[in-house]
Design a protein around this ligand. Structure first.
Ligand code: AHR
Length: 499
């Protein structure tokens, strides 16, 4: 099987917004409690943050972190999570049937982001609450001083504003499972007024309205159209959420989840542009895929809720295997190749709950399989995404008669001169001879190359064997002038970094 990839230095798709390497931290299960925060753990720092999780987070390399939910958001009072910890109320979390102690809240998340090295991305509750809460929360976070809410923040020990730039207007408000779900018109109006209130005096905020909870929602498309028709002037982004499933245990079909994602992005951009066309407006609404991942094994019933209002129950503790890592790696390539429209994306979630990092309470932390393509992509995908011509074989699976076997993205970083080639071989059984012509970049040398492959597609990393699935240095890559050649194993995800 031969594949040819051609890029030319002059043909740039778009600069990559590195916020596509975001993650999501929700008050759910053990993402916060015994995930990022566990004061009694031997690795805890003076603020109660697990140092082992911080180290793995830095290695993962997320750029932005969405907080505090998720479905949790739609019943959350942000005021419960600020101020002296011994006075914070303990409440029922109705979204996940848990007890929420509020020992971790807004300021702890900001502190954690600063130590972990990522930008915070907040969401306002448009379920049980609305514009009034949003304006107060924004004032608490971002106003320098001299007002009720900014002085309250200062009295809590945070003299300087948090300066949070990116805000989500609610979460999955189209979903019947959502606390105070809304019709498109109901949500569009409340999002419109909330955005207006938040923008007053804060022009530089970036605001995202909720799109559909997933592409198969019955209201998908009509929802986007109506919400954007109401909010177009007031927002910058529309969100997309998508979780990939392999219920039929059909790897070929599962791998076309990447093509589904590509279609989803194209469709939502088209709807946004239809609203722009209706107004004859040059404005372009950008896309925020602010929840995405593989999620289907730890789904439903006991994975979503446990009886008795427990503290930090084990919810959605999906164990990822090799197939899942290939899909995550492929989805990252798709996101890069949509760099002109997708400016933000958050892998959901960060720890324990459908997370690339797993922990045991009081015990170790380790990398799941999906950790690896994310970490390598965040490390090497910098600069501009190139337009690529790809000649490759095809396969039929899922909804597709002729899906390309090679899925690839090429990035050029003008600052460092590096060109990185990301390549997924979707063939089940054929090794792929890849020839990448990196035209106009001058003679190259290979700096680094990695391969993610395992003969057992169901292999996973566990507490006992945390390094079963890990990238290995690529053995077969060579460079001749501007031409990179490599042999890609069947069902492998690869990255080649040249300079
Ligand atoms: O990430 C888990 C849940 O999935 C989130 O709370 C919700 O927004 C989505 O349905």
């Amino acid at each position: 099987l031969k594949s040819r990839l051609i890029v030319d230095r002059d043909f740039v798709l778009a600069p990559l917004d590195r916020r596509i390497f975001g993650v999501f931290v929700e008050h759910m299960g053990r993402c916060v409690y015994s995930g990022v925060y566990e004061p009694d753990h031997r690795e805890a720092d003076e603020k109660g943050f697990r140092r082992d999780v911080l180290a793995l987070t830095r290695e993962l390399g997320p750029t932005i972190g969405r907080y505090p939910g998720g479905n949790f958001l739609s019943g959350y009072n942000w005021e419960d999570g600020v101020g002296p910890k011994d006075r914070r109320p303990v409440r029922r979390d109705l979204a996940w049937g848990a007890t929420e102690t509020n020992q971790f809240g807004t300021n702890e998340f900001i502190d954690w982001c600063r130590v972990a090295g990522l930008e915070p991305m907040f969401a306002v509750n448009l379920g049980t609450r609305g514009p009034d809460e949003a304006r107060n929360f924004l004032e608490y976070c971002n106003h320098p001083r001299g007002t009720y809410w900014s002085e309250l923040r200062r009295s809590h020990g945070y003299e300087e504003p948090h300066d949070v730039k990116f805000w989500c207007l609610g979460n999955e408000m189209d979903g019947p499972w959502q606390i105070c779900a809304k019709t498109a018109r109901e949500y569009g109006r409340i999002a419109q007024e909330t955005a207006k209130v938040m923008r007053l005096g804060c022009d530089s905020l970036q605001l995202a309205v909720c799109g559909s909870s997933y592409r198969d929602m019955p209201t998908y498309r009509a929802w986007e159209y109506e919400v954007l028709d109401l909010c177009f002037e007031h927002v910058d982004f529309i969100s997309l959420h998508q979780y990939f499933r392999n219920d039929e245990n059909d790897i070929e079909k599962f791998l076309t989840a990447i093509d589904d994602l590509d279609c989803f992005i194209t469709e939502v951009a088209a709807i946004a542009d239809a609203i722009a066309a209706k107004r004859r407006s040059p404005k372009r609404i950008m896309l925020s895929l602010d929840e995405w991942n593989v999620w289907y094994k730890a789904h439903g019933g006991k994975h979503l809720r446990k009886p008795g209002w427990p503290l930090a129950p084990r919810l959605l503790e999906e164990v990822y295997n090799v197939e899942d890592a290939l899909v995550v790696g492929g989805a990252l390539i798709t996101l890069m190749n949509n760099a002109d429209r997708v400016k933000v994306a958050c892998l959901a979630q960060l720890v324990n709950v459908i997370g690339p990092i797993m922990t045991e309470p009081g015990g170790p932390a380790w990398r799941q399989t999906i950790f690896h393509p994310f970490a390598l992509s965040s490390r090497f995908a910098r600069g501009e995404v190139m337009r690529a011509k790809i000649e490759t074989g095809r396969f039929a699976a899922g909804k597709y008669d002729a899906a390309p076997l090679l899925v690839s993205s090429v990035l050029h970083d003008p600052e460092s001169g590096r060109v990185a080639v990301f390549a997924l071989n979707r063939s089940l059984d054929a090794e792929m001879a890849l020839k990448a012509e990196l035209r106009g970049f001058g003679p190259r040398r290979l700096e680094e190359a990695f391969e993610l492959h395992h003969d057992d597609l169901k292999a996973a990393n566990t507490r006992e064997a945390p390094n079963t699935v890990a990238p290995k240095p690529h053995q077969s890559a060579t460079i001749d002038g501007e031409i990179l050649s490599a042999r890609l194993k069947p069902l492998s995800w690869n990255v080649f970094v040249t300079r």
